[in-house]
Design a protein around this ligand. Structure first.
Ligand code: THU
Length: 132
């Protein structure tokens, strides 16, 4: 069971890394990749997509979540986030808010740096989040 969990986390990190090559970042050159695991075992990936007007930029996490939700998936288990920075990349406030919309609490938000893996919950990253 623990090995299955470890290999799934490795797979998510690997597929998130693969997204870095698709990142569209002519303005920041900061490439981010995300890989989202649904509860039924599907993986949705995403990269950041920048824009000349800056504010329309979409983060990698939101790309992955929106791809999944737009295909009818709303039950998630884990999301891995990586970047080209060589450091752990924490999700921005907007992505935390978007995660809080769909994450029920136990989902793992996985960050990786040089082989070190850290897992967070959405409640830790965005306590007392706004909900209607
Ligand atoms: N970025 C993400 O993709 N995810 C985050 O959670 C933080 C920021 C992207 C947006 C922009 O393209 C670049 O990183 C620099 O801010």
């Amino acid at each position: 069971m623990q090995n299955l969990e470890k290999s799934m986390i490795s797979k998510l990190i690997e597929t998130a890394m693969e997204q870095l090559k698709f990142s569209y970042t002519p303005y920041s050159n900061f490439k981010v990749g995300a890989s989202l695991l649904t509860k039924n075992g599907q993986i949705y990936t995403g990269c950041n997509i920048e824009n000349a007007a800056y504010t329309p930029t979409n983060c990698a996490e939101r790309t992955a979540i929106f791809k999944a939700v737009s295909e009818g998936r709303k039950e998630f288990a884990k999301i891995a986030i990586v970047s080209s920075s060589g450091l752990k990349t924490y999700p921005c406030g907007i992505c935390r808010q978007v995660m809080s919309e769909f994450f029920k609490g136990n989902e793992q938000i996985i960050l990786e740096n040089a082989g070190e893996i850290i897992k967070y919950t959405i409640d830790y990253l965005l306590p007392d989040s706004f909900k209607l």
